[in-house]
Design a protein around this ligand. Structure first.
Ligand code: BDR
Ligand code: CA
Length: 326
């Protein structure tokens, strides 16, 4: 199996991504790193531990960074830690409250933090490891900055983040990138194979109430949990004009996991030059693509998915969840 590390700001779509990864025999999940994002890291860690407990998993959980790298220091930047302001505009990953609707847990994170663990693991690994960051990129960028040798231990990085024509937090920015724009810029320029699964792709692969009903019919823990989360997300997205038209909700982070299991779930993947706007201005946190047709355009540094295959995604998610043995 492929060795993977998930970096999560759990979050209901993060929870689905974790559940799918833990159920996939193609993956050996080495660890789950939590990060500030949907909520403060204390809560995203607790939510991650709740998912671990629900899945009867012994995967270690490492608590990561509490703040973005430098984002809060940039003059002119709007406050980008919305949970501190009590505002969660545009972020529907935890529809109500701070906790996932799963039983409380007394499970604890490991004594070592996510960043030192990532550095140690990636520097010393024999076999290269795939990273799946589905929250702000703070932990990964901190690890790369602290010890650039981590890059040699990385097979590839499959990120949920960014947007080309679709954005959610500001007119120009997607949430994970907007929270820590410098972090993604560091990851994009580190020399790793990077794929971005942006909102353009995740909004096309929404799940609806039909999917929820089918998941419920499997009557196992994972499928029921995901059915609950998806149903909650559909309610949360009901005020969003695009999603109302579809009658569904995107499960952003789950698409990044599926893209590693079957890359053909992403369609129209461009190999392109991408940089993050870190100006603190109107486009702060934008993933800017060089889509010019010129031969001397800027050299590609990532793969960026412009579209995704909804039928393939729904089929994959259901097939994986059906396998839960309890
Ligand atoms: C991303 O932001 C978070 O709210 C979600 O968990 C997802 O990773 C979508 O913009
Ligand atoms: Ca997330």
């Amino acid at each position: 199996p492929r060795k993977v590390i998930l970096d999560v700001d759990t979050g209901s779509d993060d929870a689905v991504a974790i559940i799918l990864s833990l159920l996939s025999p193609e993956f050996e999940v080495l660890g789950l790193c939590s990060v500030n994002g949907n909520r403060e890291v204390k809560l995203t860690t607790d939510n991650t531990l709740r998912v671990k407990q629900l899945m009867k998993s012994d995967v270690p959980v490492y608590k990561g960074c509490e703040y973005p790298m430098v984002a809060t220091l940039t003059p002119g930047r709007k406050p980008n830690i919305p949970w501190r302001e009590g505002k969660m505009t545009g972020v529907t990953s935890l529809i109500h409250g701070d906790h996932l609707p799963f039983p409380e847990t007394s499970l604890k994170e490991e004594p070592v933090g996510a960043v030192p663990w990532l550095i140690d693991t990636l520097v010393h690994t024999q076999e290269k490891i795939t990273l799946i960051p589905v929250g702000p990129l703070t932990n990964i960028a901190m690890a790369i900055r602290s010890d650039p040798r981590v890059v040699q231990g990385i097979e590839e990085i499959m990120i949920m983040g960014g947007g080309y024509l679709v954005n959610n937090t500001t007119p120009m920015a997607e949430y994970n990138v907007w929270v820590d724009p410098e972090a993604l810029e560091i990851v994009l320029t580190a020399g790793c194979k990077v794929t971005l699964v942006p909102l353009d792709a995740t909004h096309e692969t929404y799940l609806n109430l039909e999917d929820v009903a089918e998941l419920r019919s499997y009557q196992n823990t994972a499928a029921t949990a995901v059915a609950d989360l998806v149903e909650q997300r559909i309610k949360g997205y009901a005020n969003d004009a695009d999603m109302k038209a579809f009658g569904g909700a995107p499960i952003h982070d789950a698409l990044a996991v599926c893209a590693l299991l079957d890359p053909s779930v992403l369609t129209e993947v461009v190999h392109v030059n991408c940089h993050v706007d870190i100006s603190g201005g109107y486009a702060d946190g934008q993933t800017c693509l060089d889509m010019r047709q010129k031969i001397d355009k800027d050299a590609p540094n990532c793969y960026f998915a412009l579209h995704a295959d909804r039928e393939k995604f729904r089929t994959m998610v259901k097939a994986i969840l059906k396998t839960c043995p309890f």
